[in-house]
Design a protein around this ligand. Sequence first.
Ligand SMILES: [Mg+2]
Length: 237
Amino acid sequence: MNAMEQTVVLFDVDGTLVDTAGSGRYAFQAAFLQVFGVDAVMQADRRVRFAGMTDPLIIEALADAGGIRPSDLTSKNGSLLASFYHHLQVETDRLHESSRVLPGVQPLLERLAAMDHAYTGLITGNLEKGARIKLEPFDLNRFFSTGGFGSDHPDRSRVARIAADKMNRHHEIDVPADRVVVIGDTEHDITCAQANGFRSIAVQFDWVSKDRLMAANPDAYLPDLTDIPLVLEALRL
Ligand SMILES: [Mg+2]
């Protein structure tokens, strides 16, 4: 193993870096109520699994559950997003005490930032502006100059590819697929890595069981990100 080999480390946001206490779900609910007058989140009940889905697909599924015509969704998309960002910001401010950075994240990011051959980016289904709103209270945006977002593409596998491409362009590097690692808390993070030949590390959070994560066959599994030597070993750094 060449310890100096350049490595791109892509982090998922919800359930991996931060626990924002359901602020995204709340913001979607409030935005649909405000713009369409329907509680799409309640209508969707448990049929829409938010975890690991990209925001564009969540919006489509909620509109469908709320009986909103695709043409109405298209024509009011701008208002819906403006309302979503507004409510996400309000909720993020309000929930400052119940939302949190997940264990080990801050020291791990500091450690990676100090390694000149490690490049950290984001891979998330969140729209970029939404991801930045969620990370801002914890001052985490400074670790992520760029990444792939739900606003780049509705398909998470494509988002992962876009994230790696943006990282290479931004840092003027050319890291091969097997030196790109996705860290995430759902099976979708693992499969989006695999679809691109990237490696994957599953990290445990509340909403996906260990069995479900292991069934997706990640390259490594971690109960959390607190053991930095263990994380670096999994990253091959
Ligand atoms: Mg997640």
